[in-house]
Ligand binder design. Structure first.
Ligand SMILES: [Mg+2]
Length: 413
């Protein structure tokens, strides 16, 4: 199946729109050893517990960088479409190339959504390339470290997610056997008391059932772990307020997305109704998307998804803005090791990092995609000192888990 969009776009065509290419900007190519050009951009999709789009940027310096775009259909096509704007450019101009892609893809919708996720994958790969070219870890490009290891929380799934004791047993297992001290469970599970889930209103027995799950998990782990609970945008503001109050006594880490994500005013009212921390943020894009949520203090914890929200520097911008309001960052993450390490690299550079999510503990081969081992030990990711992201893709493993019809990357030169 051909999905070569490059032929649809003549990179030499003249445009009236703001153009940030090196040629139009009149940038000098004479940078000595840093005079490097991007020669190719490739993608392949791997079938993990989500369909992960891996991105590779090739250069004429023999350096190849890896990135990842947030999961789902369409990302490889968008990245193929953007390749014409990247080939021939210097990969070290990360910010300009990011802005160049935002501008060039504006017709495709680059203020949010799939296009931003595709650009995120490119932006991560550019950091990997730049780190390798300059021989420094990605975190060093971003201002350096606050911490050597980043706390990771485990997104957990019990056998019977509606049964409080089943969730409690899984919480104990993940703490005792896997070593995590931070967990998250889904709370938008059926209680058996629902009459009409479309109207988002929760009846009393539904709220009691959710409080039972929260109590069971929190009592099972006690002080050994922090426990968060995700509602996936399910409820009315009034039901959400009742739920937040009902679980106040259990000292939860946070309740995530109790109401739908679009309405900042409704979000603020819910968040400010209770001392239970509310986490929001995985549904918005770029620092523009998080600006009002932060400015209006419509959340207690912000949860940007790095390979979705705009990449490493965009996540850092969001974190810095949040820090002006003393709001911590708990990065949403469902990525392969590439996107997860990009998140951890940024998490070490910001003062207000709470944790990074890990969503693949039941997959079994997550770590096989890279040559490095023991990426997460006892709920912590150690930030590598190797250049760039510090990871090497295992192309045999990528090929083994590739989605049917995908093409394997060319090997690094
Ligand atoms: Mg969530």
């Amino acid at each position: 199946m051909s999905r070569n969009y490059r032929t649809l776009h003549d990179p030499n065509a003249e445009y009236t729109m703001r153009d940030l290419s090196a040629e139009t900007m009149g940038l000098s190519a004479s940078r000595g050893p840093r005079d490097v050009e991007i020669t190719d951009v490739q993608t392949t999709m791997v079938g993990g517990n989500y369909p992960w789009t891996l991105v590779r940027i090739y250069t004429d310096a023999g350096v190849v960088g890896n990135g990842e775009s947030y999961w789902g259909v369409g990302e490889p096509e968008i990245i193929d479409r953007m390749a014409a704007f990247l080939i021939g450019e210097n990969p070290l101009d990360i910010d300009r190339l990011y802005e160049h892609l935002i501008q060039k893809m504006s017709g495709e919708g680059s203020i949010s959504g799939k296009v931003i996720s595709a650009i995120s994958g490119v932006e991560i790969a550019l950091h990997d390339v730049a780190g390798k070219l300059l021989d420094v870890p990605a975190y060093q490009l971003l201002g350096g470290k606050y911490r050597d290891e980043v706390r990771v929380y485990c997104d957990c799934h019990a056998g019977d997610e509606s049964e409080p004791t089943s969730n409690a047993a899984e919480a104990e297992r993940v703490v005792d056997e896997l070593g995590y001290d931070a967990l998250k469970f889904d709370l938008d599970v059926p209680s058996g008391a629902e009459i009409d889930r479309a109207n988002r209103h929760m009846r009393g027995p539904e709220i009691e059932h959710k409080a039972d799950i929260v109590r069971a998990v929190c009592e099972a782990v006690g002080d050994r772990a922090d426990a968060a609970f995700d509602c996936h945008w399910s409820y009315t503001p009034s039901s959400a307020k009742q739920l937040l109050q009902a679980v106040e006594e259990y000292d939860v880490w946070w309740i995530e997305d109790p109401i739908p994500p679009e309405n900042v005013e409704a979000q603020r009212v819910v968040t400010q109704s209770s001392t239970t921390p509310v986490t929001v943020g995985e549904n918005v894009y770029r620092s523009h998307g998080t600006r009002r949520l932060i400015d209006e203090q419509a959340l207690d914890i912000i949860a940007p998804d790095l390979p979705k929200v705009g990449g490493m520097r965009e996540t850092q911008k969001i974190a810095h803005h949040a820090d002006r309001f003393y709001i911590p960052v708990a990065m949403h993450n469902v990525a392969s090791p590439i996107g997860t390490m990009a998140s951890a690299q940024v998490a070490t550079t910001i003062p207000n990092s709470l944790a990074v999510e890990f969503h693949s503990y039941q997959l079994g081969w997550w770590e096989d995609l890279v040559e490095e081992d023991d990426l997460i030990v006892d709920g912590r990711m150690t930030i590598p000192e190797a250049p760039g992201l510090g990871l090497t893709l295992d192309l045999d493993a990528v090929e083994e888990h590739m989605i049917e019809g995908e093409t394997l990357f060319d090997p690094a030169p």
